[in-house]
Design a protein around this ligand. Structure first.
Ligand code: DGL
Length: 259
């Protein structure tokens, strides 16, 4: 079982921000990554549709023998992880917007959260947000249109810049000092956000935390691979292999799979 791969899925190429952290922290682990780009974005879909897509991805990874599954998508985690944990024996690691660290560290008592509609409207997000919002202003914005642009390879474009300026303006007006990136596609926007935002605003994403959590789950279950040879990395997309390879700077090959 130790040699079996870690399964990772996302609505598209965004979860590669998590894949990279896991591959760096756990270099001897085999990984299977699923980019469900054909169905991206998940963010505007109903909770039921997000659940059904998450089940489809999970079953594919389980059928491929994955020992754990990382739901590298805030939208899928907040809408489906409870169901997945209850219905499959495989351990699941999810990702949620990092409201807690931002709320604990803010000195202006004002933080911004950029995420999808599906994440911001989920009950899991509301529970976490209510838990940490005492005495803090949380400015939420739906990143409408951002994921399709990233999926089209238009990360550093004028369209993207305009969207980010629009979504962050109310946050600047509210004097935020932390911006939480609540979608795994968004870490790819950090270079552009750093140019747009005033220097004192810190950007938080949860990629490294998810990789650490994955390591700790594998340790606890005695599932870390002890073999020190180079592991197999498999990347599958149901859309464009070039876009997936581009975002990973052509370090890995992607395969088309109709799932
Ligand atoms: N990467 C996603 C997330 O973390 C997906 C967004 C989408 O497909 O709308 O929420």
């Amino acid at each position: 079982m130790c040699k079996e791969p870690i399964g990772i899925f996302d609505s598209g190429i965004g979860g590669t921000s998590i894949f990279k952290e896991i591959n760096t922290l756990l270099p001897y682990e085999a990984i299977i990554y699923l980019a469900d780009s054909k169905n991206a974005p998940y963010g505007n879909k109903s909770a039921e549709d997000i659940l059904q897509l998450s089940i489809k991805n999970t079953e594919l990874l389980i059928n491929k023998g994955c020992k754990v599954i990382v739901v590298a998508c805030n939208t899928a985690t907040t809408n489906a992880i409870d169901y997945l944990r209850k219905n499959y024996n495989t351990p699941f690691i999810g990702i949620e917007p990092a409201i807690k660290p931002a709320s604990l560290k803010t000195t202006t008592k004002s933080i911004g959260i950029l995420a999808t509609k599906g994440t911001l409207s989920s009950s899991l997000f509301h529970e976490t947000s209510n838990l940490y919002s005492k005495g803090i202003t949380i400015i939420e914005r739906i990143g409408e249109g951002i994921v399709p642009l990233i999926e089209a390879g238009k990360i550093d474009s004028d369209e993207m810049r305009n969207l980010l300026l629009t979504y962050t303006q109310p946050m600047l007006d509210a004097n935020i000092d932390y911006l939480v990136l609540g979608c795994t596609h968004y870490p790819y926007l950090i270079p552009l956000l750093t140019k747009i935002l005033p220097q004192h605003i810190k950007i938080i994403d949860s990629g490294l935390a998810v990789a650490k959590q994955t390591k700790s789950i594998l340790e606890q279950a005695c599932l870390l691979n002890k073999d020190r040879s180079i592991p197999k990395i498999e990347l599958y997309t149901n859309k464009d292999t070039t876009i997936l390879e581009n975002i990973l700077n052509h370090k890995f090959k992607a395969t088309f799979l109709d799932f």
